[in-house]
Design a protein around this ligand. Structure first.
Ligand SMILES: [Zn+2]
Length: 410
């Protein structure tokens, strides 16, 4: 049973919320699943509240028309959400998901990193697709902002950013290799220069200059190797999918050339950010780049899907995908974010079908599935499959195949 009301206020709690909702027992009368766009432009006039009221009115009309015995429970759930939105909620993120039943302990709110497709649904099962979509969209991304002596390492996830480590290396004086990185700013004052009676300018001989430059390069190299080690540590503590580098060009090149293999494999691109960039600048740039990368990799996924379909490793289109879902053969389901279509479910064997008459497998009666996307997501999660929800150019490619396909286990 759900133990308490859960109101998350960190977007990074989304996976926890997801696990929670997924494992919650079905509510006897129904669960209200609510997805609101609470981005800045929806806040004036509390547009999200207006949307919620209009949507619930429409759902209620439908329930009443069907003479549902759960109208009262629905009203109670709506009241609880209304109270929350009015008095306990402050919009700080682009979206909000809510799951509520009449059970006083069944109340979950979680902010979303992006604007969801706005929706209000009342059903026995909780609606999970919008959460799956958000988690699929926002990966763990590391950003290293470096120059030849300093580094800031960030982790971005679900639209939030965190400074993992910040340091300056000082390889200019005496040092023991174990001492670094130092986390204090070095003064940069060197012996001789500031001493009274000595000339402020030092004229370097050509050879001394070359030696100085070489030393400088060696220090930079050592510093960037320390950065690479720190990134490895970071990856072991918090695995990330992509790595972006930014800062001064020379330092970025040096770091890139000294990345260990696991980091090389995750390196995506260099971002045009100055070493002085603020956290919010780093986040904005990293989000933009990783979403562009995500769109590109989705195109690759669809191309691979089409290729494999010819060789039996994948299925394409609704007619081929449904049997794979029914047989529990789906490794990764790939579907367009706007996937829609009419399918039915057999009341006896539970198989999904495009038939309009009876179940093609057992001949029993079938009933319409209200939400195709949600049904597929639930079934695929149930067979421990992964779900990839795509949009943009990749979705255009998959449109030729009903916007749906899957990599299959056999
Ligand atoms: Zn059947």
């Amino acid at each position: 049973m759900i133990q308490a009301q859960i109101i998350y206020d960190d977007v990074r709690d989304l996976p926890n919320a997801f696990t929670f909702v997924q494992n919650a027992p079905p509510a006897s009368s129904g669960v209200l699943s609510v997805f609101l766009d609470t981005s800045i432009r929806r806040v004036p006039g509390r547009d999200y509240l207006v949307f919620f009221r209009n949507s619930t009115r429409a759902v209620r009309t439908e329930l009443a028309a069907n003479e549902s015995e759960h109208v009262k429970d629905f009203d109670l759930a709506v009241e609880r959400v209304e109270e929350f939105l009015q008095h306990r909620f402050t919009p700080r993120h682009p979206g909000l998901a809510l799951y509520i039943s009449i059970d006083p302990e069944y109340f979950l709110a979680v902010p979303l990193p992006g604007r969801p497709v706005r929706d209000v649904a009342w059903s026995q099962q909780t609606v999970l697709t919008p959460l799956v979509e958000m988690m699929d969209e926002y990966e763990h991304v590391a950003v290293a902002l470096v120059d030849k002596r300093s580094a800031r390492l960030f982790m971005t996830y679900l639209g939030a950013i965190e400074l993992y480590e910040s340091f300056e290396s000082d390889f200019t004086g005496k040092y023991a290799p174990g001492d670094f990185p130092r986390r204090t700013r070095s003064t940069g004052i060197r012996g001789g220069r500031g001493t009274p009676g000595k000339a402020g300018m030092i004229a370097w001989s050509g050879m001394a200059q070359t030696r100085q430059r070489r030393r400088h390069e060696e220090f930079a190299l050592q510093h960037l190797r320390v950065v690479a080690q720190a990134l490895m540590r970071m990856m072991h503590e918090q695995p990330f999918d992509r790595l972006f580098l930014a800062g001064t060009e020379e330092a970025v090149d040096m770091l890139r050339n000294n990345l260990p293999q696991p980091l090389k494999a995750r390196f995506a691109e260099s971002l045009p950010l100055p070493i002085t960039a603020s956290e919010s600048e780093v986040l904005a740039e990293a989000l933009e780049a990783s979403q562009r990368r995500e769109r590109e990799s989705e195109v690759e996924t669809v191309k691979r899907l089409v290729e494999r379909a010819g060789a039996g490793g994948a299925v394409l289109g609704l007619e081929e995908t449904l049997p794979a879902v029914n047989d529990g053969r789906v490794d990764t389901l790939v579907m367009n974010s706007n996937l829609a279509g009419a399918i039915s479910i057999c009341g006896n064997c539970g198989r999904l079908t495009t038939s309009n008459s009876v179940c093609p497998s057992c001949g029993s009666e079938i009933e319409k599935v209200p939400d195709l996307r949600e049904q597929l997501v639930l079934d695929v999660l149930d067979q421990s499959g992964r779900i990839e929800i795509i949009e943009g150019p990749a979705a255009d490619l998959l449109d030729r195949h009903d916007g749906l396909g899957a990599f299959v286990r056999y």
